[in-house]
Design a binder for this molecule. Structure first.
Ligand SMILES: [Fe+2]
Ligand SMILES: [Fe+2]
Length: 213
């Protein structure tokens, strides 16, 4: 029996996030209808998040706090990757090769076409911040849909996404705070606001797919 009055630790799925636009309400039903595909895409997201965090250390080793923050984040993302892979395999599935990543490419492309003058590190941190924030919003939507679905299996997966939404919400703040290190805080805030508008347009142009972005 569905439980429509369940309380979640957010009043709106974008609460506390820099996002200007809601994911379409049609997305979660599509995602749950193609749950195996969604989980494989999700596993790739976690693996890419870990790899991207380690790559940032190699590119910007001198940025204050970056190496330690990215090391901790990579460890957490690897843990998530293992957990999602466990779930895929428990369902009889396996990883397939990752497809292209049009959402991330579009964010990167926007940042190249609209230079903010803050350099490549700030833009990369803000791109990662939006990837984490959008993941957080979508994990919340999945948690809501699964925990209202009523089956034991859905309850278990919904609880998993509830925990992951919390983690991705923290991760967006890690990237935002690293971007705000230094003297150009006002300019970084302006850049973040410009990214938010661009991200909303990029999201609006994405087709409805069982993917995290
Ligand atoms: Fe993660
Ligand atoms: Fe993350």
């Amino acid at each position: 029996m569905p439980s429509p009055t369940r309380a979640f630790p957010w009043s709106h799925s974008r609460e506390g996030l820099p996002l200007e636009r809601d994911t379409s309400p049609e997305w979660a039903p599509v995602a749950l209808e193609h749950l195996d595909r969604l989980l494989v895409d999700h596993a790739h997201c976690e693996q890419k998040a870990a790899s991207a965090a380690l790559a940032l250390i190699g590119r910007f080793p001198g940025h204050p706090g970056l190496a330690r923050a990215m090391l901790a984040l990579a460890q957490e993302e690897i843990h998530h990757f293992r957990q999602v892979l466990d779930r895929i395999e428990a369902r009889g599935g396996s990883l397939t090769p990752p497809g292209p990543d049009p959402y991330v490419h579009a964010l990167r492309d926007w940042s190249f076409r609209h230079r903010g003058g803050l350099g490549p590190l700030v833009d990369q941190l803000l791109i990662n911040a939006f990837v984490e924030a959008r993941s957080c919003e979508r994990f919340r939507l999945l948690a809501e849909a699964l925990l209202d679905a009523g089956s034991v299996e859905a309850e278990d997966l919904g609880t998993f996404y509830l925990r992951l939404a919390d983690a991705e919400g923290r991760h967006w703040e890690v990237f935002r705070d690293l971007a705000l290190e230094g003297d150009a805080r006002g300019a970084v805030r302006d850049r973040l606001a410009a990214f938010a508008v661009a991200e909303a347009e990029i999201l609006a142009a994405r087709p409805l797919e069982p993917r995290m972005h």
